[in-house]
Design a protein around this ligand. Structure first.
Ligand code: HEM
Length: 162
């Protein structure tokens, strides 16, 4: 039996659930083909959306590291849980930043023919890889939350909800 997790603060919780919504929306409305960027309104919306998610996750990283505190996993939780939690959180940030930066790279390459096809193709490759990795990491993340709720009953799941 480990100690109970302290709840996350309202700012961390707010950012967490707003960003979960934005990620879901991003998958829902994502483009099918690079050529859709030829429409100036679509181009602008995509770039603004990428910048908004990037800024939110950068602020979230700053907030949890410097102000609100990161994981609420109790110190005396098993070592493997600390390792798994850290690995998945790093993976989540890496894949979100990977999606955002490669998305901006695609837009840049599309608007700057001088950069050439290899640049755009590379950016699309990174974009698709990160878009595939994120749902897998989210499955692990949600499975972890459920593990804490139903098996460990240590308040880690509740720390992001109540
Ligand atoms: C039903 C969906 C979700 C549930 C139940 C959930 C649950 C949780 C819980 C309980 C924590 C706290 C873990 C701890 O203190 O160690 C947490 C943190 C975190 N979650 Fe989620 N989450 C969900 C969706 C998402 C989504 C869509 C993302 C987006 C990438 C995300 C990214 C993160 C990150 C990066 C953290 C680490 C703390 C932070 O930087 O805010 N989660 N989540």
């Amino acid at each position: 039996m480990t100690t109970k997790a302290e709840p996350h603060g309202y700012v961390t919780k707010g950012i967490h659930w707003v960003s979960a919504g934005l990620i879901a929306f991003g998958y829902f409305k994502g483009l099918e083909n690079v050529s859709e960027l030829a429409d100036p309104a679509t181009f602008r919306t995509e770039v603004l959306f990428a910048l908004a998610i990037g800024a939110l996750f950068a602020f979230r990283l700053f907030w949890t590291k410097k102000i609100g505190g990161a994981t609420r996993l109790p110190q005396d939780a098993p070592r493997w849980e600390h390792f798994a939690s850290r690995a998945v959180h790093i993976g989540l940030y890496a894949s979100v930043f990977g999606i955002v930066l490669s998305g901006l790279g695609i837009a840049l390459g599309f608007a700057t023919p001088l950069l050439g096809g290899v640049f755009v193709t590379t950016m699309i490759g990174i974009h698709e890889l990160a878009l595939m990795a994120l749902p897998l990491l989210l499955i692990a993340h949600i499975a972890g939350a459920l593990w804490h709720k139903f098996v460990r009953k240590d308040g880690v799941m509740e720390s992001m909800v109540y």
